[in-house]
Design a binder for this molecule. Structure first.
Ligand SMILES: C[S@@+](CC[C@H](N)C(=O)[O-])C[C@H]1O[C@@H](n2cnc3c(N)ncnc32)[C@H](O)[C@@H]1O
Length: 285
């Protein structure tokens, strides 16, 4: 359920992107319309978008002191280039409250920052699996892990819609600004449910909308890459997770200032923190 719902159900005519902290998104770009947007086409274009960023972007945030997504303590002792390479929109690590020994799955691991942060918290008896479809991102993450001598984190090539992960094998799923990029969210939610252990939890940061996006935007390929065009309407996000079988689904605006949903202006995209749990009574399905 949503903690607070918007009062209107109107669509979005004019698009505004906001972040509660007032920062501009690091993933933005100019637009180029592409007429045919089938699922595979979207994934191919998104992959190209992130291949370019893996190779050509040293970081989106300058140095780690400018990576405002995380408390600075969390980033301490990480090499500057790794701590600053973030294409996320929140902090799913703090949200997840990870415990030593847990098995964590990161959907769309990118340069690997969240996996490395999770790896420090779950310790040597835990394990982190990062999944990404973009070879250039996997390469970047694997070489960072090797450079730091990290042993409890591995990166696997795969799609969110068909995770290369065993049924019921994961304690916690994290993800940072990725699910919005999938052209098939029901498949992603079903895969999350399948791979979690009964009682396992979800801790996701993602971009959502407070109304339907205009068709024009949904067809804009750079807007897909920039985490805009694929954003789910916030009620649909919650409903989609519930449909997949999750319980205790909660979506709140990312903020240190309490519940911000009622302050989100109409016709906006915003960064949300989403949590959910797979019922204990369920086997994998
Ligand atoms: C916005 S970046 C976020 C990366 C990372 N989570 C972070 O916070 O820096 C999105 C990442 O998800 C990956 N990705 C997007 N759609 C995917 C899909 N359907 N399956 C697997 N990976 C995907 C991209 O290759 C890219 O590395």
């Amino acid at each position: 359920m949503l903690e607070k719902k918007r009062q209107d159900g109107k669509g979005i005519d004019e698009l505004r992107i906001i972040s509660p902290s007032g920062e501009s998104s690091c993933c933005g770009g100019s637009s180029q319309e592409i007429a045919l947007l089938e699922g595979d086409e979207i994934r191919t274009q998104v992959q190209q978008y992130y291949a370019d960023r893996a190779e050509n972007l040293n970081s989106c945030c300058g140095d780690s002191s400018q990576n405002l997504l995380y408390e600075s303590d969390l980033l301490q002792d990480l090499p500057e280039d790794i701590a600053s390479f973030s294409l996320g929109c929140g902090d799913p690590i703090t949200l997840a409250q990870l415990q030593a020994g847990e098995i964590v799955l990161d959907l769309g691991s990118g340069g690997g920052l969240d996996c490395f942060l999770a790896g420090r918290q779950i310790g040597e008896h835990g394990r982190v699996i990062g999944i990404d479809m973009t070879p250039e991102m996997l390469q970047r993450a694997r070489s960072a892990a090797e450079r730091m001598g990290i042993k409890n984190v591995e990166f696997r090539k795969g799609f969110l819609e068909q995770l290369p992960v065993e049924d019921g094998s994961v304690d916690v799923i994290i993800s940072n600004c990725v699910i919005n990029l999938s052209p098939d969210k029901p498949a992603v939610f079903a895969e999350m449910f399948r791979t979690l252990k009964p009682g396992g939890r979800v801790s996701v940061s993602d971009i959502v909308s407070s109304g339907e996006l205009p068709e024009q935007i949904k067809k804009d390929m750079l807007a897909w890459g920039a985490c805009i065009a694929g954003a789910l309407e916030m009620d649909e996000y919650v409903h989609g997770l519930e449909q997949a079988g999750f319980e205790e689904v909660k979506l709140v605006a990312k903020s240190g200032e309490g519940d911000l949903l009622e302050k989100i202006p109409q016709n906006s995209l915003f960064s949300a923190s989403i949590t959910a749990r797979k019922p204990v009574s369920y086997g994998s399905r």
